[in-house]
Design a protein around this ligand. Structure first.
Ligand SMILES: NC(=O)c1ccc[n+]([C@@H]2O[C@H](COP(=O)([O-])OP(=O)(O)OC[C@H]3O[C@@H](n4cnc5c(N)ncnc54)[C@H](O)[C@@H]3O)[C@@H](O)[C@H]2O)c1
Length: 445
């Protein structure tokens, strides 16, 4: 952490907190601030670097700057696109003013921007498209930075293995890592898990996880963009960058299945998917629906569905069936009933914003040097989504151990604006859709 001494960087509220003028109520937080015992000592300031200044990156930076009583500054920003960086900077500056200390020479633009951010920060937020994540995570940990990284943490087997190896390196360096699978930070989910462990629904036999909703955004090609520029800009529609929406979005619910069952599946035994209604005038290589059956140890089966089709039923939730009853979960709601419909337990407490709790707990872990490393489950839950995609793309069962070891890599390590993307359009401007029975699980880089 940087021991910043310039008093102009400290707000009035922070100054009051430092000098002990405010009451215990304001300081009551889960943070133990270095220097609090010594009245006059300035606490260390946590310098944050933001890599990927889009919607979520800006949101995560906002949350990190909102951690109660944590002396934090946004110190550097990096994005592939200058306009996204500038928009993000303007909105964060408006919301947090003196906590945003990013002069122009600490704003970095380009696909190599991430490397330049590290030297100006203690903690880094990684919120680019997920294909880049394993490599950015590796570089951050090698540079000795604590990490908040968004889900999913990879798009292929290679990335899952790399993230797991880098997680070990982070542990060795005592770095703290939080992954943006925010249900793990939501009180209602945490309480529900405790109840399951106490046996409220008996032993889990099966589960159902859903992310069914409408179509996702599409960014039309801008005049003059080459193929790489277009694909990085419109990243959601390219599997090498996004991993398809089973990975990009549905990973949240798949993660809940692994978390509540306490294991990873051994196999995606059956998968169906395709693209039924995506607009052909908006070329894309992602499906618009996936339905997977996952097999877990002990005979537990989880069915998973995700859909991006306008006008169809919206459903984002998880359900577990046990020997004694059924648990239903969605953000803000958790309830267990027996098979006659009697309520066995219902969550009724405070349910603070899990996006904020992620950052509160990360800062606390850094301040108190408490181990936290979500990268392991980040990698296995993301890989579970990849496994499901393997099953519906190929039309074959996908075995965890086989696919984990496989040379299945769709994301190149080095990407420049001039390099050729791993997928290219045909003469008709369309991208080849993965076709069951023909799709091969192989490296494309
Ligand atoms: N936890 C959640 O609920 C949640 C919600 C939304 C998004 N996300 C995740 O956050 C990530 C970003 O999503 P988003 O909605 O903010 O997308 P976005 O397109 O709004 O932002 C991505 C940003 O990354 C930049 N970028 C692309 N490649 C880059 C590179 N190599 N280096 C630096 N910058 C690069 C883009 O220019 C863009 O500004 C995704 O992984 C997504 O799944 C998580």
């Amino acid at each position: 952490m940087n021991n910043e001494t310039n008093p102009s960087h400290i707000s009035r509220r922070e100054m009051l907190a430092r000098t002990g003028v405010v009451g215990a109520g304001l300081l009551a937080s889960n943070l133990v601030l270095p220097g609090r015992a010594k009245a006059a000592a300035a606490p260390d300031i946590l310098r944050v670097g933001l890599i990927g200044c889009g919607g979520r990156g800006t949101g995560a930076a906002n949350q990190t700057l909102s951690v109660p009583n944590s002396y934090v500054r946004l110190a550097a920003m990096g994005d592939a696109h200058e306009d996204r960086l500038n928009q993000s900077f303007a909105s964060l500056k408006k919301a947090h003013d003196d906590k945003v200390d990013v002069p122009d020479d600490r704003k970095f633009v380009g696909l190599d921007a991430y490397e330049k951010v590290f030297e100006h920060c203690d903690v880094v937020i990684l919120a680019t498209p997920p294909g880049f994540r394993p490599f950015h995570f590796e570089a951050a940990v090698k540079a000795g930075k604590h990490v908040f990284m968004e889900k999913p943490v990879c798009v292929d087997s290679y990335g899952a293995r790399l993230v797991t190896e880098v997680a070990k390196m982070a542990d060795e360096k005592k770095l703290k890592v939080v992954v943006g699978l925010q249900r793990r930070y939501q009180t209602s989910y945490r309480e529900a898990l405790k109840k399951v462990q106490e046996g409220v629904i008996g032993d889990i036999i099966s589960g159902h996880v859903y992310w069914n909703g409408g179509a996702i955004w599409y960014r039309d090609r801008k005049p003059g963009q080459n193929e790489m520029q277009f694909q990085v800009y419109n990243w959601y529609h390219f599997n090498w960058l996004c991993g398809d929406h089973i990975n990009e979005q549905h990973v949240h619910n798949i993660d809940v299945a692994n978390w509540f069952i306490g294991a990873n599946p051994t196999e995606a035994s059956s998968g169906l998917g395709g693209r039924q209604v995506r607009n052909p005038e908006k070329p894309s290589e992602i499906y618009d629906h996936h339905a997977i059956e996952y097999r877990y140890p002990g005979g537990i089966m989880v069915s998973s569905q995700c859909r991006q089709i306008n006008g169809s039923k919206g459903e984002v939730r998880e359900e577990f069936h046990g020997t004694k009853g059924v648990l239903n979960l969605h953000p803000g709601f958790a309830e267990a009933k027996d098979y006659k419909g009697n309520v066995l337990w219902k969550f009724t407490g405070e349910n603070p914003d899990p996006y904020q709790i992620e950052h509160n707990e990360l800062h606390a872990a850094i301040r108190e040097d408490k181990a936290v490393n979500n990268a392991y489950y980040g990698a296995t839950s993301t890989f579970t989504a990849v496994l499901g995609r393997c099953s519906d793309y190929t039309g074959q069962p996908a075995n965890w151990n086989e696919i984990w070891k496989l040379d299945y890599r769709t994301m190149p390590e080095k990407v420049t604006w001039d390099s050729k993307p791993p997928t290219m359009p045909g003469k008709d401007g369309q991208y080849l859709l993965p076709t069951p029975g023909q799709y091969k699980m192989k490296s494309t880089v």
